[in-house]
Design a protein around this ligand. Sequence first.
Ligand SMILES: NC(=O)c1ccc[n+]([C@@H]2O[C@H](COP(=O)([O-])OP(=O)(O)OC[C@H]3O[C@@H](n4cnc5c(N)ncnc54)[C@H](OP(=O)(O)O)[C@@H]3O)[C@@H](O)[C@H]2O)c1
Length: 305
Amino acid sequence: MSRVLVFREYGGPETQELVDRDVPEPGAGEVRVAVRAAGVNPADWKRRSGRFGTKIALPAPMGLELAGVVESVGDDVAGLEVGDAVLGVPARGWGALAEHTIARAQDLVPKPAAVSFVDAAALPVAGATAYDVVHQVPLGPGATLLVTGAGGGVGVIAVQLAVAVLGLRVIGTGSEAKRALLEELGAVFVASGPGAADRLVAAAPDGVDAVVDLVGGEALREAARLAREPGAVVSTADPATARELGGAGVVRHPTRESLGALLGHVVAGHVRPRVGGVFPLERVAEAVAAVETGHATGKVVVEIG
Ligand SMILES: NC(=O)c1ccc[n+]([C@@H]2O[C@H](COP(=O)([O-])OP(=O)(O)OC[C@H]3O[C@@H](n4cnc5c(N)ncnc54)[C@H](OP(=O)(O)O)[C@@H]3O)[C@@H](O)[C@H]2O)c1
């Protein structure tokens, strides 16, 4: 048997349950992964709540990104063998918050030995999204980028890519608890909350070249006012408001492409995953709850096995 976190109905955390199921078998083009670590994302509880629709068959497995070891290889898979350490995303209908899961071979990349399973699990969704969003508006070295919600799972990678790889001047917003982390990553910290709009203008009196929004709503509206070009506002959290303001939602690229490029920067030491909380599978509900507060620091990861 093999444990997996599911939600039984659309709703709150009480609908989640860690259940036993048979160890799954991979189909053509797929592999079975023994999951060693899985990242928790806001999308986990948003899917559970029904915010993304209510069409998924229930009970629905949870967890969208993983690192682990290939345990079984289906037909028509080239380039992956039993025993390979990998990271990536599970196949549709399978969850990463599980002892075993199924992934399409095309959605996995080899895990570099220098990157731990816990750090690797922070990258396939949050890291790849950070990679996509910071590259969506092309900016040259020295340009100024404003990142809202910069201290969370996507933000810590986005800030490092922007500072260390793209050579941008980065202003990062978050609660006071994120100040030390964001300054260490090379960002100019601006505290969120009442008065944030004035503090942003003080930090960037001439405006900014682009905005990467990871919060949405009022935080996005305040940030977008600083953008010299409305089209240079991109949001992962609230594409509808971004479009209303003249900007766009993040355009995601195939996981392998962005993840592969990001891993190169991780191995080169330009980017370091920042895992703010690690929970065992038995405490997976606490891990989801930590992300559901909306105020996680860096990435929350569940370590398995
Ligand atoms: N479209 C996609 O493919 C995709 C992929 C990944 C993520 N996303 C979305 O992108 C967003 C960010 O994801 P994530 O994984 O980074 O979430 P996260 O880890 O929960 O981080 C969000 C961060 O925003 C900060 N924050 C909350 N309210 C704020 C405010 N008013 N001003 C400034 N900062 C604020 C939070 O903490 P503090 O307030 O304590 O600083 C937290 O650090 C989520 O909405 C997620 O669903 C979309």
